[in-house]
Design a protein. Structure first.
Length: 279
């Protein structure tokens, strides 16, 4: 029952089987990704699959690292040489919790889903990327965001190139996903980022995901945030990450901020990036 085939609604989303039905899903997802860098597959998991993964998240929720700090969209330190309005000098309260990847061993259903070859190939086909690899970060390749009342994640960019999220449980209120599509595709585009932070951009879009929905998102290029949560029910979202180059991991600084620790691999591979973005 914990196999990937039992978790995914394969009748609706035949990721495992080449053919017209899979091609039709791909066409729709590619169109959405081309339009704004984001696509949602409603009801991707079966109801039983949702409950299995939700229960797994609940079972290790006490392993989440809870952090409360102020951060800019790039997780970098303040630079007084820049103008006060520069996005790199705009800091916001961040309160969130992540269950690190080493809490999901090989036999666990979430890890099995992440390592399911048919799903990996399907996501790669959706993104139409020739260079597509699992994130090599042992703390961050497959994680769960476990957020409580008052938590929220301010505007930021992802370290990994491609992010797949699966909603497992919503909070009682709040938690909407807001994003500015492809805002730094081809460059940092600080002026447009500044508009988003000021609340004057016309590029921002809002999504409300339901348990079982899968989202494919180009989070390295699209500024995004999660609105604050309200109520006693925690919000669980599984996050599966992929990159353009093999062996990529998060920076030591970001791993320390998000997971409360680093591993030797983060220091050994610091600076080994596939692009020149500042985070």
């Amino acid at each position: 029952m914990n196999s990937p085939e039992a978790l995914i609604d394969l009748d609706r989303y035949p990721v495992h089987q080449m053919g017209l039905a899979r091609d039709a899903v791909l066409a729709r997802v590619r169109a959405d990704l081309g339009h704004d860098g984001c696509a949602v597959l409603k009801g991707f998991l079966t109801p039983a699959g949702v409950e299995i993964l939700r229960a797994q998240a609940e079972g290790v929720a006490d392993k989440a690292f809870r952090s409360f700090n102020r951060t800019n969209p790039y997780f970098t330190k303040d630079d007084p040489s820049l103008p006060a309005t520069d996005p790199r000098r705009r800091f916001f309260e961040r309160s969130n919790s992540f269950i690190p990847a080493d809490n999901f061993p090989p036999a666990s259903p979430l890890r099995a889903l992440y390592e399911y070859p048919a799903l990996t190939t399907f996501i790669q086909d959706c993104l139409e990327e020739e260079k597509f690899y699992p994130y090599a970060d042992p703390l961050a390749d497959v994680i769960v965001n476990a957020a409580d009342e008052g938590n929220g994640f301010p505007w930021h960019f992802d370290t990994n190139n491609f992010t797949v999220t699966i909603a497992l449980q919503n909070a009682d209120e709040g938690g909407a996903f807001e994003y500015a599509p492809n805002i730094r595709a081809g460059g940092e585009n600080f002026a447009e980022v500044e508009k988003v932070l000021d609340g004057t951009s016309n590029k921002v879009r809002t999504l409300v995901l339901e348990p079982g929905d899968l989202q494919i998102f180009r989070g390295r290029y699209s500024l995004h945030r999660v609105a604050p949560l309200r109520g006693a029910t925690p919000r669980y979202v599984a996050i599966l990450s992929y990159v353009e180059e093999p062996g990529m991991v998060g920076t030591p600084e970001r791993c320390q901020q998000l997971y409360g620790r680093t591993l030797p691999i983060h220091h050994e591979r610091a600076g080994l990036r596939a692009d020149a973005y500042i985070d």
